[in-house]
Write a protein that binds this ligand. Structure first.
Ligand SMILES: Cc1ncc(COP(=O)(O)O)c(C=O)c1O
Length: 350
């Protein structure tokens, strides 16, 4: 029989936003490998290898490390809803659009959300975090975005991690625009919950959210008074599927996306993660220098610019009229280039 003709013909684009990114052809090829059933014994070693690869790139020994179904926001939702329950207090340090989303999800978990608003373009000051931790009793979780995509700011974590420990709070970190593009160092920094996505620096396909929980975080989940409010994103139930003996069915795994992630992790290891981080840094600095040479003022303070190349927000973006963005987008489309979705449409960067 003749193979069926393809019914979908998306245009090829050079993706220059922070994600999704163009993927290596071998990643697409991996996704096209034969679909296995999610309980096929041949599939579990693949899950275990992905888990091990994720541990290496997160920089952790955490047993509970896997890829949640869904994109980066699924990781955010999973991270927050597993450790928070109604009435818990969370301190969210927000220095941009995505920090605001953490606060919103925290409220939807029924938590008492205390938001520490920093200055967009600057990292949070640990002194302000220390004050907030003194001011609010029994903070269970301190949540931050490591790489704030909306402003291009890199948030240093070491001092804040120490403060969280001193106050016996869990440190929860969004590494959506960091993982695979810069060292995250989950164990080195004693991060308790860290999540990311697959379609940015990891160079895999959209649709999975790598996540890792420390033993402290796992024991906080085990001590919950009520079950995790999201059945689908329940991390301990998913761990029973990924690593249980026997593997317990939870939901139908996104097998093709897992194959793609497996290949993307293998490519990262082949290049060497440190070499890849150095490459991102070099290209990021070149892009930033080029933008500045064009007279654009970068949003992030120079000492806290993200090393990964694409998220370079610049201040003129806020005052550029919509019509100019439209012409720029049209021009880019003609050149088969996709730009980041930044603009002043909602009065801010996103
Ligand atoms: C820092 C950060 N967190 C969370 C998200 C949400 O990820 P997704 O769009 O994959 O759901 C993004 C998306 O760009 C992000 O940059």
């Amino acid at each position: 029989m003749e193979p069926a003709a393809l019914s979908v013909h998306p245009p090829a684009r050079f993706l220059l936003g922070p994600g999704p990114s163009n993927v290596d052809p071998s990643v697409l090829q991996a996704a096209a490998a034969p679909v296995l059933g999610h309980l096929d014994p041949a599939y579990f070693p693949i899950l275990a290898q992905v888990g091990a690869g994720l541990r290496r790139v997160f920089g952790t020994q955490n047993a509970l490390t896997l890829a949640m179904p869904g994109t980066g926001f699924s990781g955010m939702e999973a991270a927050l809803c597993n450790v928070l329950e109604g009435g818990d207090t969370i301190l969210v340090g927000s220095i941009g659009y995505f920090g605001g989303k953490m606060a919103e999800i925290g409220r939807r978990c029924g938590a008492n959300v205390q938001t520490l608003e920093g200055v967009w373009g600057q990292p949070l000051d640990p002194t302000a975090v220390a004050q907030a931790l003194k001011q609010h009793a029994h903070v269970k979780v301190v949540a931050l975005v490591l790489a704030e995509t909306s402003t291009g700011v890199l948030q240093p974590l070491r001092d804040i991690a120490r403060l969280a420990r001193e106050h016996d709070a869990l440190l929860l970190v969004d590494a959506v625009t960091a993982l695979g593009g810069m060292p995250v160092g989950v164990d080195d920094l004693a991060i308790d919950v860290c999540y990311s996505c697959t379609q940015k620096c990891l160079g895999a396909l959209p649709g999975l959210a790598p996540i890792t929980f420390s033993e402290r975080a796992v024991s906080a989940i085990q001590r919950r008074k009520r079950p995790v409010q999201s059945w689908y994103l329940d991390a301990l139930a998913l761990a029973e599927y990924w690593y249980g003996s026997p593997h317990a069915y939870h939901h139908t795994s996104n097998v093709s996306l897992v194959y793609a992630l497996h290949q993307a992790l293998a490519l990262g290891e082949q290049e060497g993660w440190e070499a890849r981080y150095a490459r991102h840094l070099q290209h990021g600095q070149a892009l930033q220098a080029g933008l500045e040479a064009m007279g654009l003022e970068l949003f992030a303070a120079p000492s806290h610019q993200l090393p990964c190349s694409p998220p370079c927000a610049f201040r003129q973006a806020l005052t550029t009229p919509q019509s100019a963005w439209r012409s720029l987008s049209n021009m880019a489309r003609k050149l088969a280039v996709a730009l980041a979705n930044i603009g002043a449409s909602s009065g801010g960067l996103a």
